[in-house]
Design a binder for this molecule. Sequence first.
Ligand SMILES: C[S@@+](CC[C@H](N)C(=O)[O-])C[C@H]1O[C@@H](n2cnc3c(N)ncnc32)[C@H](O)[C@@H]1O
Ligand SMILES: [Zn+2]
Length: 396
Amino acid sequence: MQDHGGADGAIREITEGHTRLLVPSGALDGEAPPRDTAFFNPRSVANRDVSTVAYAAHLDGFDGPPTMLEPLAGVGARGLRAANETSAIRHIHINDVNPKAVSLARGAALLNRLDAEASFSNLEACRFLSNYATRGRRGAIVDIDPFGSPAPFFDCAVRSLMHGGLLSCTATDLQVLNGLFDEACQNRYGGMPTRGTTYGNETAIRIVLGCLRAVAARLGVSISPIFVSSDMHYYRMYARIKVGHAGAAHEEVGYATHCDACGGRWLGPRAEQECSTCGSETRRAGPLWRGPLFDGEFVNRMVQKAPHVGHARDGALHAHLERAREESAVQGTGLFYTLDEMASRTGVSPPRMAHVLESLREAGYPASRTSLAPTGFRTDAPSDAARDAFRQAAVR
Ligand SMILES: C[S@@+](CC[C@H](N)C(=O)[O-])C[C@H]1O[C@@H](n2cnc3c(N)ncnc32)[C@H](O)[C@@H]1O
Ligand SMILES: [Zn+2]
């Protein structure tokens, strides 16, 4: 680590993955990442690792100019890592409304000898993206990484992506998406969340994707989510864009229905008032995206790319991708359960995950771990069958 920018060492050079970055020293020393100088969060390294791998997977065999647009770049960590560590990106356009952040990104591009591949601007994000919303200038990747909700940027992001391009985005307004402020969620995303479920991160991600789908459909564009992830502080979504192919609403949009009485949960086209297992009154989240969250072939490519991309936590990244690969094969109407909630519902100590999955499969239901929760398992089984399989697993 090196000091730059004067005797007070206000700017430091660090290496993340294989890439040299210039960051405000307060970002490394302070409790919260600084917004006044330039924003950088060192704790988002795992998030940027996954992005770098996803971009490498996306550009492998991509049919079109491999350019990336980063409208909310901060000090450029995500885009510079992508350009430096994937070798597939031909040009990266880095933008932030904060001129200090852009100047640090420009300095870091020089340190990494990326100045020929990078260009810089200091505009409001949608003004920046509108420069690329014409034929021949659209990006292969657009990343939306704001403070809070990505929804205000969806329209201009979709317009600036080429056919087959990848939109990645972050949501950090977790309280809104998890049911603390229902009206704000409805206004921002056009969908209602449910509060206090163990799989709230999945419904939140689906609500964000439902909003993205609605914006894209209005422009005659379809979305195909290919990878999602969730952390304590953020949700990340990756979706492929197809221009001129609006998706079929009745297949893609729906509701998550939850029954507090029996623990049942499922995705469907309608908000169902009554639990199909026990007949109790339900709670509903949506409208939301009810289609797949992972593309198995894409996740396979991420698994192959991961060892070739510089990242800080190989073991954790590999384990995460393996789980996502497993669950990409089990994407029906099910939402995930957790071992702990099943243990408390059945009064049985949590058995080994492998035994639970075996019991579910023997009972005829697809089942896998989920990358969205450490003790989560995804299955289409109704709640009574899931409980039976859980009890069965406990006596194996
Ligand atoms: C969460 S930070 C980005 C972090 C960065 N992508 C990374 O991975 O390190 C959000 C950034 O968006 C910038 N920003 C906020 N609103 C903006 C807007 N409307 N247009 C352009 N930049 C904006 C902020 O200055 C800040 O640098
Ligand atoms: Zn029920």
